[in-house]
Each structure stands twice: as C-alpha cells, then as structure tokens.
Write a protein that binds this ligand. Structure first.
Ligand code: PHE
Ligand code: NA
Length: 516
C-alpha cells in the first residue's frame, strides 16, 4: 500500500477528486475566453487535436507514474520523478512541478474569492443594477478587484474583499489539513454532484433566453452557439492559437504538472488507472464544452452580439453575464447560482494545487502536517499578497497566468512526456498501466507518448519563441491608413517617409506622398 498511510477510500471518490481538480475556472471562464479570443469555431480544431494527442495520453502516463511512485513510497513529484529516472536532475524537474501549481494557486485563489464575493453580492442584491449598461458592470468589477490602481485593495473602504479572500484561504487550508480522504475526497463527493446540478439549472435558464430584443437578431443565444461551434479553417496557420490550445488542455485537465501524479500516488496496487483517468478527463470535457461553451459565450452574445468574440477571460464571466442577469427575470437567483458554481468548481481545484506541496513538505523535509500547512500558508499568502498589490489592470495576474499558466506548463508537460517515454520507458509504462486496469490503452498511444507528444510540444514551443522574437515586420495596411490619414491632416513627417523607404514600400495609391 502507498506511503505515508494516506489512501483514497473509494474508486468513485478518487475519480471525483481528480475531476474536482480538473473542473474549475478553466472550464467556465478560461475556456470561453480563450475560444473567444481565437475566433470561436477556429479554436475548437487545435483544441480537440490537443485533447486527443496530448491531453488524454499524458493523463494516462501521469496516473500510471503516480500510482507507481506512491507504491515506491513517494507522493510528490521530486520523489516520484527520481524513482522513474535515476538521475539527480529528476529532483530538480520535480521541484518545477511543485512551483507551477503553487504559483497558479497564488492567483487562482484570488479569482476564487471574486466568485464568492459576487455570489454574496447577489444574495444582498447589490449586483442587480436596474437599467444598467456595460459600463456600470465594468466599473463595478474594476473597483471590486482593484483594477483601478496598485494597492487599491488595501484601502480601508475595500477591506470587505480581503475578508472574503481570507475566508477562502482558510477554507482551502482546512480541507487540506483534514487530509486526502477525510478532506479532499469527502468534500468532492458532495461538492461535485451539487455543482453539476446547479450548473445545469443555470444552463437551462440561459439556453431559454432566445433573442430578447427582436430588433437585434444577431444578439441571440443562437448567434453565440454559431460563433462557438462553426469551425473556421482559415485561422489554422496561427501558431499562437496552437500554443493557446495546448496550454488550455493542460490547464483544464490539470495534466502535465504533478497534480494527477500526486493524487494517483494515494492509490493501491490493484486500483484501476486507465478507466479512471479517461473518466476524469471526460467529466472535465463535459463541463468544459457543455457548460463553459454553452453558458458563458452564448449568454454574452445576447447583449454584445459578435462583439462578445473580442472579450477577455473576465469580461465574459464578470461583466457580460451580470449584465445579462440584471436584465432577465429571475436573474438574481441565477446570478447567485452561477457564482456559487464557479466558487465550488474553483475550490475543488485550488485544494489540488496545495496537496502536492504539502506532501512534499512532509516527505522532503520530514515536517508534520501542521508545520507543512503553516509553511505553505505563509508562502502562498506572500505570493497572493503580491498579486493583490499589483492589481492595476490585473497585470500581475495576467502575467503569471501567461508565463506560468501557459508557457511553463507546456515545458513541464514536455519534461513529463520525456520522463515517461524515454526514462521510464513505454514498455514498462504499458505493463504498469494495465495492472488492475478496467480498460486497455491502445498500443499506438504509447508510441504517441514517446514520439509524437515531444515533437508536437517542441514544435509549438519553437514556433512560440520564433513569434515572440521582437519583430521588424510592419503592418502595411495600418501604415497605408496612417499615411492617408497623415496626409489628410497635413502633418506627414519625415519619420514616416524614412520608415517607408527602409522597408521598400511604395506610397499607397491615392496619397500624394513624394519624397524629395
Ligand atoms: N484544471 C483547473 C481548471 O480548469 C485548474 C488547475 C490548474 C487545477 C492547475 C489544478 C492545477 O480550472
Ligand atoms: Na478544467
């Protein structure tokens, strides 16, 4: 039996715990936001390819490696990696696998607290702003999250949010402190079904909204569904989109950075990993495409029309949706339910970011549970304070989400695929995975893990770096427009002429541009 004495109590319990980690803000906010930013239907193609090629194979690899590591006496990535790969590098890579969830926790818990805060504001009624417009909700959100200025959240009149955040923090730590089975498993067994029921109620209400204003036929639920689900092949050459799709798959499945490894390390030898892994992924995808993809964007379309497509992650959930709720019958209760759904989804995820680190403090430093929890509380509160302070325009949060939540998780997934495919080995991997398995993994999946996944990840990563090399390209269309505008205003400078000359561009037709 696994190390440290901790074990899951039941099969359904461990599946719900992993699904609880997977289903989170990534499903309801990040996914629709990413899809919107990348053209809706266009995003879905690289998204599903990433799910099949990267997500599900790595998920099986992680369940397999986790159970194996647990049986060898380890619960955290540094220990488990070193049982799979006899090199001292294994421990350093394992350490990165702890930093990623820890850093994600630092900003994720802040958004989690926003959700709780918004739910409370629906209870008190303060979010039901009559006859309001988009700007009202924009201002309300900016004030609430301190997007107006750095340090704004620490002003005394805004301490309410810090109280809510403290409560959220404590709730996370209470669950973790109670342990894997008594804390995480017991909670997820109740919270996951409850969340599903509530999300279903919100979904039904949103889908029955139809076209509230017949004079604006494009502002309808159907418009939103069309935007999201009409594949658009013309965007497929955009490398940033492939990177974003892979990043979203890892983020949403909680795969690639030691979470599943940690959870699976509390399994027993004969516990199934193959069917459980694929079940947890399917539950996540159900919530992502059926709830995230059918609630957030379609509802936003009702008020924004196609402009919903250019909205960011928080614009949809925290601005467009409250606007919808404020104007629909029963909006107050639906708004409350929506943010409670988000909060439950978030807390079952944030506890999964803490558990691997607690396990590491216990096994790496030999600390007792309360000392580990205290240390982790301190470290995460400091990081969280940083995110809270640099709240202007949400820079800290966005920066961390991009570098850690997208770029670094792709690198870690690459490392993990290499450890599985090349250090542990796919023959051993296949044999190990099938112990106690209720389903077989087709052999080509092993080959994919060894060859396709690393090549795929290296390719999108290289394309990403290439794309982010500061570029000398100039956008000719914009330049043309500027030249014409400049002429009209009669203030065309020598700089513009020089730029044109340096790029061998002829002056646009219709402009009287002459260089003398
Ligand atoms: N999978 C979670 C979500 O979709 C996020 C998460 C990230 C959970 C990292 C654990 C670790 O919201
Ligand atoms: Na998810």
């Amino acid at each position: 039996s696994p190390a440290g004495g901790e074990q899951w109590a039941s099969r359904i319990g461990v599946i719900l715990a992993v699904a609880g980690s997977a289903v989170g803000l990534g499903n309801f906010l990040r996914f629709p936001g990413q899809a919107a930013q990348h053209g809706g239907g266009a995003f879905m193609i690289p998204y599903f390819i990433s799910l099949l090629v990267l997500g599900i194979p790595l998920c099986w690899a992680e369940w397999t490696m986790g159970r194996y590591g647990g049986l060898n006496g380890f619960n955290s990535a540094p220990g488990i990696y070193s049982t799979l790969w006899k090199s001292r590098w294994a421990r350093y890579f394992g350490a990165i696998a702890l930093v990623v969830p820890l850093v994600i926790y630092m900003y994720y818990v802040v958004i989690e607290a926003w959700c709780l805060g918004y739910a409370i504001q629906y209870l008190t009624g303060s979010l039901m702003k009559e006859g309001s417009n988009a700007e009202v909700f924009q201002t309300h959100f900016d004030e609430f999250v301190g997007a107006d200025a750095n340090g704004a959240l620490f002003q005394s009149r805004r301490l309410g949010f810090l109280v809510i955040l403290a409560g959220t923090f404590i709730a996370n730590f209470v669950l973790i402190y109670r342990g894997v089975s008594k804390g995480i498993e017991t909670f997820c067994r109740v919270a996951m079904p409850a969340m599903a029921v509530l999300a279903f109620i919100v979904l039904i209400r949103v889908l029955t909204l139809g076209t509230p204003d017949p004079s604006k036929p494009d502002q309808s639920v159907l418009g939103g569904l069309g935007f999201m689900w009409n594949p658009d092949f013309s965007h497929l050459s955009d490398p940033q989109m492939w990177l974003a799709a892979a990043g979203q798959i890892f983020f949403t499945l909680s795969v690639g950075f030691g979470i599943v490894i940690n959870y699976a390390s509390y399994l027993k030898r004969k516990d199934d990993v193959v069917l459980s892994g694929v079940t947890a992924c399917s539950v996540n995808e159900f919530f992502e495409v059926c709830f995230g993809g059918l609630i957030t964007l379609p509802a936003a379309f009702i008020f924004l029309g196609a402009a919903a497509g250019s909205q960011g992650t928080f614009d949809l959930g925290f601005k467009a949706l409250p606007n919808v709720f404020a104007q629909m019958p029963g909006g107050r209760i639906i708004g409350f339910l929506w943010f409670i759904v988000l909060f439950i989804a978030a807390i079952t995820s944030s506890i999964s970011m803490l558990q691997p680190v607690i396990a590491f403090f216990e096994e790496g430093f030999g600390l007792k549970r309360h000392a580990s929890a205290a240390m982790l509380g301190l470290v995460s509160a400091l990081g969280c304070g940083f995110v809270l302070y640099f709240s202007e325009g949400m820079v800290a949060l966005d920066t961390l989400d991009f570098w850690v939540g997208s770029v670094l998780i792709i690198m870690l997934a690459l490392i993990q695929a290499i450890i599985y495919g090349w250090c542990f080995g796919i023959e051993r991997g296949a044999e190990e995975a099938h112990v106690g398995a209720h389903m077989r993994i087709p052999h080509f999946v092993q080959l994919m893990l060894k060859y396709v996944v690393p090549v795929y990840l290296i390719t999108i990563f290289a394309m990403f770096c290439w794309n982010n090399v500061p570029s000398q390209d100039i956008d000719v269309a914009t330049l043309d427009a500027n030249v014409v505008a400049g002429l009209q205003e009669g203030e065309l400078g020598t700089t513009l002429l020089a730029t044109l000359a340096a790029h061998d561009i002829e002056a646009p037709a219709g402009s009287k541009l002459v260089s003398d």
